[in-house]
Design a binder for this molecule. Sequence first.
Ligand SMILES: NC(=O)c1ccc[n+]([C@@H]2O[C@H](COP(=O)([O-])OP(=O)(O)OC[C@H]3O[C@@H](n4cnc5c(N)ncnc54)[C@H](O)[C@@H]3O)[C@@H](O)[C@H]2O)c1
Length: 355
Amino acid sequence: MIKNNLKIYKNLKVIVTGSTGFKGAWLCFWLNLLGARVIGIALKPEKGSIVFNKFSLSKKIKQIYLDINNFKKLNEIVKKQKPDIVFHLAAQSVVSESYINPIDTMRTNVIGSANILETVRLNKIKNLIYITSDKCYLNDGRKTSYLEDDILGGKDLYSASKACAELTFEAYHESFLLKKRVLSYATTRAGNVVGGGDMKKNRIVPDVIKSLKNKKPLIIRSPEATRPWQHVLEPVSGYLRLGELLINKRLSASLKPNWNFGPNPINCKPVLQVVKEIINCWGEEKKINIIKNNQFKEAKLLMISNNKAKKELDWTPTLNFKDTIKMTVQWYKSCFYENKVEEITRKQIEYFSKR
Ligand SMILES: NC(=O)c1ccc[n+]([C@@H]2O[C@H](COP(=O)([O-])OP(=O)(O)OC[C@H]3O[C@@H](n4cnc5c(N)ncnc54)[C@H](O)[C@@H]3O)[C@@H](O)[C@H]2O)c1
């Protein structure tokens, strides 16, 4: 939920890393609507990904294709651009991929993220929002939600890389970045994000959408895994709200710099329910084939508490589970069958902002 219309971003210079990815592209699109001058840093859009091109971001932002592991070039860009704020979203973002490419996962998610912290430090960039994941918490099998100061850790490489990224942030924050009175750097942890445009392999929503669109068999491997589902506009609105408060120097340094932007517990649902709801919104019959396998181990249940963001940032999730899935399916349908992506995205942002 947005408490005001985020006017602060008008004409602000903003760097978004991960601009060609799912969440980064939504953030860039929204920032562009707010009148920000956006510089995107990312790899070229992955094969099969659609969101960067469908949003026409190459015309709306200044896009620089760069591997964030290249510190020298990254630092040159940040030094030249001197942004007012950096949103860092670039990452290897999928658990299963971390089993296939563990070193690349660690390199980008840990060293690449350290490169962002170092360039922000060297160039005295005033504000930073550093996106990690709900998977940064050590999953001890609890049935309750994780709080911001719970223990970090990971039993798979992706989760470990996100915990390491958080620890690296904390060490930078304590060593160099901590300001006396106010916070200006923050980390954020969101849940399982869904929404139009995600085409990533091995993510449940894109997998279901692709099987519906291409009329291919639908196979589900972890029907009971329960996740905190949220529409992409929820965490992105949290990043924008947090950024606004950092820029306005409204958050006391007595607050810890880590923030969960998870959905309310009622949005935690098993995968099977999500799949059924997508099929229902799509409006066609579809057989669900359940083939359980444990090729890639993932925690069964993971919830994060959003109480701190509600209390300190005046941010709260807005969309219920049905709306979340409905808006997601509407976006894909509009994209595939009407080719009106920019229009539906603008409408969804407007609808969301008024709630
Ligand atoms: N999507 C989710 O459900 C979810 C949930 C929690 C946290 N996250 C985190 O949010 C962030 C964004 O997620 P997403 O879903 O948009 O991911 P995504 O995979 O769609 O996009 C990743 C982006 O990072 C860029 N990138 C990857 N490696 C890079 C490198 N070496 N140098 C420069 N750019 C690089 C890609 O080009 C792309 O722009 C990630 O940090 C992810 O781990 C995502």
